[in-house]
Ligand binder design. Structure first.
Ligand code: ZN
Length: 412
């Protein structure tokens, strides 16, 4: 266990050099200098420890131990190497390091697996440089489309394709999924405080929430704050407040796993002495059940229209994101739970309220996710941290699962 502890620390130290600044945190954007530095370092690290390592056309990095009996069947684990701006050094990165260390541990303990074990460092997940997410995983499972990215530019006007070329990569010319991936297991930090609050060391994810996001514009009438009597107003802040308060009350009644957020609210003209005649706001609602998500959001939008009618305010509603919840593979979830129970692990069955690469893999290959606790639930922040002991438990649990999947006959 002590050796594993040291390896967890050491590996993190090596990879964190690429983009980490003590005060500002980690910034490792797709196809940046820090990004290619980290990917090249991982490639070398995989090579040095005897893994067969390679990159694909767009810059996903892989390290593999060939299976003795079923070399074409792949048990894959990993996560994304890119980060948000000023993030931490665990989101994504830890999942790659954990997969690598788990594979190394398994090889030392048990030698060659029956199936091929493969660690992947996925090129991109966050959408922090270009307005596109899951570029890495979409390429692995054959869902990425050239036309979706070829005209994208970053904040400095650099084109996606030029950035890719500058790191020596090009479009994946392959059609569809090229590998026989039998399972994908992603270990990730929780990025919330459920595990910490409940004193659990591991989370088994059963599904990733579906999301509905809206932009809403309310149009009333801007007018003098002193000379417009209360009865003559078409005040959009008032309409929004009623709607917001009523909806959050309803969300509280509905409870877990539903969450509802009005994160962006912009009244106009947004000045002290004018009745706000226009207001735009966002709605972000998430749930693990598609039907429950649809019913709840349809209901609050109907409420909004009633409130606006009553106050003679116009309202325009744009539903611009409507993503289904993604269940993880039930067989894998059961296998993991059996394994953790057997090891007397301190775990919780839970859902993920955030999106992850696992949701891109899940519709295509049997997929599972494990969480380790985040201290105070902080993530996308330089203060993002997970106790070393919990990280070691995560690596060990991942190794146990990969052992079941790669070293044992699965009845196929
Ligand atoms: Zn992540």
């Amino acid at each position: 266990m002590n050796i594993l502890k040291e390896k967890v620390l050491e590996t993190s130290k090596i990879i964190s050099k690429y983009g980490f600044n003590e005060s500002c945190g980690m910034t490792r954007l797709l196809y940046s200098k820090e990004w290619i530095g980290a990917q090249n370092r991982l490639l070398r690290m995989f090579e040095e420890s005897g893994l067969e390592s390679y990159s694909d056309d767009i810059g996903n990095i892989y390290g593999r131990i060939l299976g003795s009996k079923y070399p074409d069947q792949i048990i894959m684990s990993g996560s994304h190497i890119d980060t948000v701006v000023n993030g931490g050094n665990l989101d994504g990165q830890f999942g790659i390091e954990a997969a690598y260390l788990a594979m190394q541990y398994l090889y030392e303990q048990h030698g060659q697996p029956l199936r091929t074990l493969e660690v992947v460092s996925l090129a991109e997940e966050e959408g922090s440089r270009f307005p596109y997410v899951y570029w890495g995983s979409k390429n692995v499972v054959g869902l990425a489309k050239k036309q979706d990215v070829e005209f994208l530019v970053d904040n400095d006007g650099v084109n996606f394709v030029e950035a890719m070329h500058s790191c020596g990569f090009d479009f994946n010319q392959s059609k569809g999924k090229q590998k026989d991936i039998r399972a994908f297991v992603e270990l990730h930090i929780e990025q919330g405080k459920v595990l910490e609050t409940e004193n659990k060391q591991l989370g088994i994810v059963t599904s990733i929430v579906g999301q509905r996001r809206y932009s809403v514009t309310l149009t009333g009438e801007s007018n003098h704050a002193g000379t417009t009597p209360m009865g003559y107003r078409k005040d959009t802040v008032y309409a929004f407040s009623k709607f917001c308060s009523q909806s959050i009350d309803k969300a509280n009644v509905e409870g877990d796993p539903l969450v509802l957020t009005f994160g962006k609210v912009i009244p106009s003209p947004n000045t002290v002495n004018v009745v706000p005649g226009e207001l735009t706001f966002s709605i972000d609602c998430r749930h693990t059940c598609k039907e429950a998500l649809t019913i709840f959001t349809d209901q609050i939008i109907a409420d909004l229209r009633l409130i606006c009618d009553e106050l003679e305010i116009e309202c325009s509603v744009d539903l611009w994101m409507d993503e289904d919840p993604i269940p993880m593979d039930l067989g894998l979830v059961e296998l993991i739970e059996k394994q953790l129970k057997h090891n007397n692990a301190n775990y919780k069955i839970m859902h993920s309220g955030a999106g992850h690469d696992a949701q891109i893999f899940a519709p295509v290959v049997p997929t599972a996710m494990l969480f380790v606790p985040s201290i105070s639930g902080i993530s996308h922040n330089p203060k993002e941290h997970t106790h070393l002991a919990d990280r070691v438990v995560g690596v060990k649990a991942l190794a146990d699962i990969l052992y079941e999947l790669a070293y044992k006959e699965l009845g196929d």
